[in-house]
Every structure is written in C-alpha cells, then in structure tokens.
Ligand binder design. Sequence first.
Ligand code: HEM
Ligand SMILES: [Cu+2]
Length: 459
Amino acid sequence: NFIVTVFKMRAPGMSVNRLPVFVWSIVGMAFMVVFAVPALTVAAGLLEADRLFGTAFYDATKGGSALLYQHLFWFWGHPEVYILFLPAAGMVATMIPVFSKRRLAGYLWVVSSLIAIAFISFGVWVHHMFATGMPALAMSFFAAASQIIAVPNGVLFFALIATMWRGRVRFTTPMLFSLGFLLIFLLGGITGVMVAVMPFDWQVHDSYFIVAHFHYVLNGAVVFPIFGAIYYWWPKMTGRALSEALGKASFWVMFVGFNVTFFPMHILGFLGMPRRFYTYPRGAGWGSLNLLATVGGIVFGLGTGLTLLAVVRARGRPVNAANDPWGADTLEWATTSPPPDYNFKDVPVVTSRHPLWEPQAIGATAGTTGRDTPVGGGLEGTPEGHAVVPEDTYLPFLVAFGVAVFFFGLLIKAALVLALGVGAGVVGLVWWAWRTEGDSGDNGDNGVGHGDGADRRNT
Ligand code: HEM
Ligand SMILES: [Cu+2]
C-alpha cells in the first residue's frame, strides 16, 4: 500500500527529490517489511511443521538444526529493529527543521543514509548469534557490517545537528522529544557498536547490558520520536492542540525516568546479571541498582501518564487548530485541521521541496470528484491519469481475524477452529478482492485535468 501510493499516487510535481524525508523513511520501511517478514513466516511455518507433523527442521536430535531457526528469526529480527527505527528517524528529520526554521541540512545525504541503513541492515543478523560458536571468520563479516551501519547513522546525526546549528531553535514539545532522541539514541548507538565487536559481545551477551542497549535504541530512538510526533501532528489529526505545558512536563519526567531506569542496567550487565530471569539471588550485589531502576520505571510511567492526560484534556476543547500551527513546510499543513476525508479539494501542484515556506510554490489542479484521485509517478511526479479509490471497508479486518483464529487453531491443535479461521480468511479475502475490482471499473486510463470531473466519476 505505502509503496504503490508513493510510487504511483504522488501529487503533480512531487518529484522524488521533493518527497518529504518522512515519506522516504516510510518507503524504506515498507521495502524492508516486504523482504524481511517472509523469513519470519518461513521460520514460524517450519516450527509449526515440527510441532504438528513430526518434521525435524530445528530438532538436532533428529538431524535438524536449532541454528537454522536463529538464522531465519534474526534475518527478520535485525531488519525489524530498523523497520521501527526508520520511520522514527523520518519523524525527527521532519520536526527538527520545522522547529529550527531552516531547511534540513543535507537532504540528499539524509535520504541516502536512510536507504543505506535499510540495505545494510539485511547483512548484520549474525551479530545476534555471536555466542553460538559459528566460525569466527564467518562472524567477523557480520561484525564489520554492523559497525559500518554507524556511518549512515552518523550522517543522519550530523545533518540534524547542522540543521539546528544554522537555525533558530524553538523548544516546543516535539522539539524536546527530538532532542531527547538525539541524546538517547547516541548512547544506544554506541552500545550497539560495542556489542557488534565479538569479544566484547561474548562478555555481555544475554546480560542486562543488552537490555540496556535495546531499551536505549527502542525507547529512545522510537518511543521518544513517536511522542514528539503525537504532539506535532495531533492538531492536524484532530483539530485540537495538546497542552504544551503538559507536553514539556511529560518530556522531562519521561527523560529523567527513562535514564534512571535503563542506565543502571549497563552496570548490572557488567556485574553479571543475566537477562530473562524474573529474580536474582539475595547478596548478588544487584539489589540497589535494581531498586533504582524500579523507581525510574515508575517515574517514566508517570511521565507517559502526563501525555495521556494531555490527550484526554484536549478532547473537551473546541476544534480550532490553525491549518499550520507550527509554521511547518510540508503539504499536510496546507489543508484544514483536521483534513477532510479527501485531504484536498484541488490537488496541489508541487514546485518546491518546502511548499509552505514558498507559498507561490503551490498551484492547484482541477478539482477531483468522488473517490477519484490523480495518478502520477516516475522521477518527476508527472501526472499519468487517475484512479478511483475503493470505498472504506471492514473486510481486511475480517481477513486478519480469520488469520488470527487460524493460528490459534494451530496453537491449540483444534481442527475445527483452524477450519473456521481459514473459512473466515478466505471469504474475507475473496469478497474484498471482488469489490475492489468492481470499484475501480475500467475508467482508470482517462487523462487527468479535464476540469469537469463528471466524466471520471465512478458510477
Ligand atoms: C548502531 C547500530 C546498532 C548496532 C551496531 C546494534 C548491534 C546489536 C547487537 C550486536 C546486538 C546483539 C547483542 C547480544 O545479544 O549479545 C543487539 C541487540 C539488540 N538490538 Fe541493536 N544495534 C544497533 C541499533 C539498534 C536499533 C536502532 C534497535 C532498535 C530500534 C536495536 C534493537 C536491538 C534489540 C531489540 C536487541 C536485542 C535482541 C534480543 O532480544 O536478543 N538495535 N544490537
Ligand atoms: Cu541486530
């Protein structure tokens, strides 16, 4: 969906070098999902076969290999962490320029780095298996690739710092969360490069050091940007701004709580505390740091609670957010807050990477009608025609529900439940495909820009 939308349904003039960085990050993420998730599907499929049909893909006693499972799992698992990270980086690279009142420094470099990260992250999965006793030479390639990924990350970092350096920074809530991202991801990235070094990893593997690493990257580099993005886009999504006072308080409480919780875990790892145990022996010397982490966890929870409070309080407010409350540059801020279902009555014509900072840069095509939308792509975003977007439907939910029931049936080994799941899934899928086919009709190849939309209306 994301890939087709970005490749084929861009506004006229939205050439690839004018695409917002956030959109680039979504494209990178979507391609990674396409290539990474099949490995997980296969891993789960073979596991099910071992469980149900007595095959022995993973059972070493019958000639299988447990390592095969790890390879398949981490071939998905490592790209997955960057699947989470890429959109978050895109959010930060969107917000920092807006609150620095300056174009993103090195747009081309940032976009190339995001794409490079997407590629490289498929060549590092064995760094999760350094302790499995594979040949050191084989593993060293993966160690090198893991360290190389710090290069595009560094480019991203310096571009963001340069943007702030040359700009006038406004410390709004989204900006604070973005700065929190920079600080926390820096530490998480450094511990990442540390564990990418095999001899170091052998010391800390499966210890709390790893728990510290992945919370610094996941929480710092994904959760903080998402919180910032909630404050940033909430007025656009709902027409109601969130309280800046609560937002800033939420940030500071979360930031302090986060570090108090997870920083001590680095030290606990060095002290030898293993991960994946719910308890530890009295007298191991880990007590006070764990107590500190517990207190920090409560503080962090309170901090997220402040954002929840901001969201609840905003619900009672009138819908009066301005179209572009932050003075941002990208197109979503050109329409009303919240946008109408169709986003724009007249699809904008784009002539700049920062259309709202150069108002003369927005033109408008003829209005579209009904569920009709222009189709355009290629490098230049050239209009090619138009397409009719299908009506909203709950059918994908039915398909997902069927799939979930199917897997539940496998889990409890109940054939009837399994069959019901397949039934619901297949019915949903066929029905969905059928009506999508009917919706688009055969008028997808008419030209665009006729002005009078009647000839393009879906009847
Ligand atoms: C500078 C880039 C990074 C490098 C070099 C790196 C390296 C590593 C290595 C070598 C491990 C395995 C440690 C072990 O189990 O002994 C690991 C674990 C992990 N990393 Fe990273 N990492 C990086 C960035 C990230 C990011 C951005 C995320 C998420 C957004 C992430 C999430 C995780 C997670 C969840 C684990 C633990 C997996 C498990 O349960 O065993 N890492 N990382
Ligand atoms: Cu990894």
